[in-house]
Design a protein around this ligand. Sequence first.
Ligand code: PAF
Length: 279
Amino acid sequence: MKIYSSLEEWKAFRPSLPRSLGLVPTMGFLHEGHLSLVRRAREENEVVVVWIFVNPTQFGEGEDFGTYPRDMERDLALLREERTDYVLAPEVEGVYPPGFQTTVNVEALSSVLEGAHRSGHFQGVATVVAKMLCLTQPERAYFGQKDAQQSVVVRRMAADLGMLTEIVVCPTVREPDGLAMSSRNAYLDAEDRRASTVLYRALCAAQKAFAGGERRGPRLCAAMEEVLRAEPRAEVDYAAVVDPETFAGLDGIEGTAWAVIAVRIGKIRLIDNLLLNAE
Ligand code: PAF
């Protein structure tokens, strides 16, 4: 496994690699969710590249950029075990050198839900993902379903800008009690960890109502809110039922819909989602 911290060196090297390259974008502090993406990339591509970069432009003011968990040595050991070929681990100045001034903004999708609660977040994500796709020219790039709106933003960007990369979205990996894996889970103390299962329990309540025939968006939201209200440590940012393409809230559901939740537990903000289906 070769590690590139210099993007200039990587740019000189990239043309010697085959087209069949799978990219796994991450901010490090890897968990089973990330590793499931690496394994899928390993199955489907000749070459696997993992990007590790805590991207400052996707963190808002007062968010956790400074304290975001980092452990490069551990990450590299895990990636070696998964037979990763290359790791790109650039410095902030390598990604955003002096004079940097280009941004990518996926307009409407970036202004609702996560975008409304985290101003500038998706512009930061879209810009850094566009940059890494240009740098690596992957045939496929792998994202986790846990960040549902992010994956829709990235898909839209790739389609709108005519990028050749296929955006592959992989299932959320959960702890045995349902908590979706996330690097931020490392911040949870014992009490908050116990409370954090409320997200999945609320999503399951919506799914149960949906499977029972409920198709009214507000009723499905009410089913989630009832579960969330019962957890005193949870402060709800949103609990919504949305269109899978536009992320607009739905009154009545005809096809499929995503139930999406963002909750603060103590100082930690957690998100999760579930596809509503009839079974
Ligand atoms: O999902 C993440 O970890 C980040 O948003 C990403 C896609 C690596 C961009 O910094």
